[in-house]
Design a protein. Structure first.
Length: 355
């Protein structure tokens, strides 16, 4: 009789009371003891293998880097990053920003408390917001309204939020695929609050923004998972069409990349992938139709990532998860992605990468 792996039997996942063996024959007792020894050996082996493959994450020491979570209507809070413990990819996360049911979390960013955020409104206006101007709050907190802090108009809302002063050029992509670059000093500390950067008649409302070094490529992705990559130096000062899209498929992300870069892409269903740019050929010029970068019903966002980075994801119900980027296998081809966050009657809404 062949001895199958007893750990494959669901009965061994529960505690079973040892029966009375006083009346059993020596052969039966010996057989049971052999089985028990084998179960113990396999259990220890599996636990040891799991510990070696996924070592326990040490607690992060106190840091001045903050995680800033913001709702669609501008309710915002900041929490020191070390308060968020790392989980395994695919976990449920913890409740973070507390917002009304009709005001879902929409933006995530990480920045030092001594730095500033660059906020771009749906009118194409830019504002600098010192991180320290936000009240520090615990992980589960309601936050404060940014509308009064930034002096936004009654019908003005946030469109893009990112750390300020993080590159040589600010790249903004409109929802219809138009792309423009701005030298960093134009949005520096001396910028007048509310400076208009975009003509909405040309670009539509701002949809995504990133920082670049001025000589890399731009990776622009749409809600349906279509994307394009081209040299950012081919985008003129006055802007141009970066990607040609259908009216119902707006831009959701832009990133500055090189051939060696990898981009994390997240769907609203909590599945994501790390797409290597070595497997995504660059176009000779901007303005072409996109090609499939990820199989997804609705792309939430995309950002450059490295193995040593951490990924933060927040959902519409205000749950947030932090896990190591290395837990997502990098792919050169088109894939559907792996489960990054366990969602139950929920959808992801934003992501950020922290180093």
């Amino acid at each position: 009789m062949l001895l199958k792996n007893p750990l494959s039997n669901p009965l061994f996942a529960m505690t079973i009371e040892h029966p009375d063996l006083s009346l059993a024959s020596p052969a039966i007792i010996a057989y049971i003891e052999t089985l028990e020894d084998e179960i113990e050996r396999l259990t220890k082996s599996r636990v040891r293998a799991t510990a070696e493959s996924f070592p326990a994450e040490p607690s992060e020491p106190p840091t001045t880097i903050n995680v800033i979570s913001i709702s669609a209507e501008g309710m915002a809070k900041r929490t020191p990053r070390h308060h968020y413990t790392r989980q395994r990819r695919g976990g449920m996360g913890v409740f973070d920003l507390e917002s009304p049911d009709d005001d879902k979390p929409a933006f995530l960013a990480t920045a030092d408390e001594s730095a500033a955020l660059l906020v771009i409104s749906n009118r194409g206006r830019a504002f600098r917001l010192p991180v320290a101007a936000l009240d520090e709050a615990p992980i589960r907190a309601r936050g404060q309204s940014l509308l009064a802090v930034l002096n936004l108009a009654a019908d003005e809302r946030l469109a893009c939020v990112l750390p300020a002063d993080a590159g040589a050029y600010l790249v903004i992509t409109g929802e219809r695929g138009q792309v423009r670059r701005f030298a960093a000093h134009l949005v520096g500390e001396r910028m007048r609050p509310g400076t208009t950067l975009l003509d909405l008649r040309e670009s539509g409302q701002p949809a995504a923004a990133c920082w670049s070094d001025g000589h890399s490529d731009l990776f622009i992705a749409s809600r349906s998972g279509l994307a394009i990559r081209f040299s950012e130096q081919q985008a003129p000062v006055r802007g141009c069409l970066g990607i040609r899209l259908q009216p119902d498929d707006p831009v959701v992300a832009v990133a500055s990349v090189t051939k060696e870069s990898a981009v994390f892409m997240l769907g609203s269903d909590g599945r994501g992938t790390v797409r290597q740019m070595s497997g995504f050929r660059a176009n000779k010029a901007p303005g072409a139709g996109g090609k499939t970068a990820i199989k997804v019903d609705e792309l939430v966002g995309a950002a450059v990532v490295r193995d040593e980075d951490d990924i933060f994801i927040i959902s519409e119900l205000g749950k947030i998860i932090r896990f190591p980027a290395a837990e997502i296998p990098a792919k050169e081809g088109v894939v559907q992605g792996v489960n990054c966050m366990d969602l139950r009657a929920d959808r992801t809404s934003a992501l950020t990468i922290t180093r």
